[in-house]
Design a protein. Structure first.
Length: 181
């Protein structure tokens, strides 16, 4: 069997090549910034060629100028990006100093709040201790007069209820002491 290139394959290859050439020229045109002097030349050449620059040969002066202008524009963008990254790195360095300062301030605030909590817990615990002393003295007074209250059933019931209340109060207050941290 004889192998050959058919006209259909050649026309498809030519169409793909023309499509790639149009795309490349469009990219070159779009890469130029607004107000670039080559825009006028591009428009003149488009008018001469029927609105499409894809037919320019690779060595054509306008094609070379467009490629060079795109290369310079890409270099400028790369330099600007590099400068922006350098500035970002400088800002990050400055932020590290600010982060350290913020960390110290946060630690100072936490220590201050911790001191306030310790002071408040100490004051509340002192009052709990005072109340427990009062409960203990009330418990002792009740025990001292228990025989008198046991003579009557109503007094005995009230005395027992008061004992249970004092016991529950003492247990509840003892378990409710605040931590000092």
């Amino acid at each position: 069997m004889k192998e050959g290139v058919s006209a259909k394959i050649l026309s498809g290859a030519r169409a793909a090549e023309n499509s790639l050439a149009r795309e490349e020229m469009r990219e070159l045109e779009e890469s130029l910034p607004e107000g670039h002097p080559l825009h006028d030349e591009i428009e003149k050449k488009k008018a001469e060629m029927g609105g499409d620059l894809s037919g320019l040969p690779p060595g054509h002066p306008l094609y070379r100028m467009l490629r060079d202008a795109k290369a310079r524009y890409d270099e400028d963008i790369a330099e600007e990006t590099e400068e922006a990254q350098a500035k970002a790195r400088e800002v990050k360095k400055a932020k590290k100093v600010d982060r350290e300062k913020a960390r110290r301030e946060r630690i100072a605030r936490e220590e201050e709040q911790s001191d306030k909590r310790r002071t408040a817990a100490s004051a509340v615990n002192k009052e709990i201790a005072n109340t427990l002393e009062s409960v203990k003295s009330l418990y002792e007074a009740l025990a001292e007069h228990e025989e008198i209250f046991n003579m009557e059933p109503i007094s005995r019931a009230r005395s027992l209820r008061l004992k249970r209340l004092l016991y529950a109060l003492e247990r509840g207050l003892s378990e409710s002491r605040l931590g000092r941290a």
